[in-house]
Design a protein around this ligand. Sequence first.
Ligand SMILES: [Zn+2]
Length: 282
Amino acid sequence: MLIDTHAHIMFPEFDEDRKDVIERAMDAGLERIVCVGCGAASSEAAVKMAKEDKDGFLYATVGLHPYDAMDVTDGLLAEWEKWIVADKESGARKIIAIGETGLDYFKSKVDPEKQKFSFKKHIELAVKMGLPVIVHNRSADEDCLGLLKEFSRGGELYKKIVQDCGCDGENMIEPVKAVFHCYGSTLEFARKVWEAGFMTSFTGIITYPSAKELREVVKEVPLDKFMVETDCPYLAPQGHRGKRNEPSYVVETAEKIAEVKGMGLSDVEKQVMENTKKFFGF
Ligand SMILES: [Zn+2]
């Protein structure tokens, strides 16, 4: 059993055969798929898909990718907050994280200050709602980690949120939980991420012959600090490289982790499931 913790199956790339894609994921032994929003429209689509799914197989997140950080408004965040509260009250618990959000100093055309503003707003919402954060980080290692640390228990922004809500931080709000999705930075930075208590999640990139440095990260990752994902439709693993990626292929990433860490596949799966359920509160 595995969970694809980061899939964009609401994208138009899956319009033709979404049902088959989901079925293949079930056949491949996946237990769940987390449909990750990365803009206002795709977040809405992810939530709709998760709500309509009656098998307890699809879950959703809401967020703005750093490419779309300029779209952040109080109105949008308030709307998401309403959705999350209603979802919790209904007992469905289908909206399970905030993101993907984060910082991208490599490709995003949005001004870094605006990106930081959006990232902060997302973390704030996550802390308030007691949900974890899915972080996209590209060429922004220290700023990403720094911001998350401010929101961790004892950090300045964390204290401010507790004060603003007038609630008892010890009982009512979780310190921020976060995953560096599609981990792609150095081993040295990964150590800092783990030390701060955050998770790393691996995609099919670790199966690419050129990804030697990343496999060093996999080799060293503590057993309780990793999850797996596809980031589909992008980044198909080596066995399907160049094609559209889909959730069932996440097995290939787990197999590579088993190989690199010298573990049995079933032990990796067991560990991944434990980590994933703890992280998302399944
Ligand atoms: Zn993504």
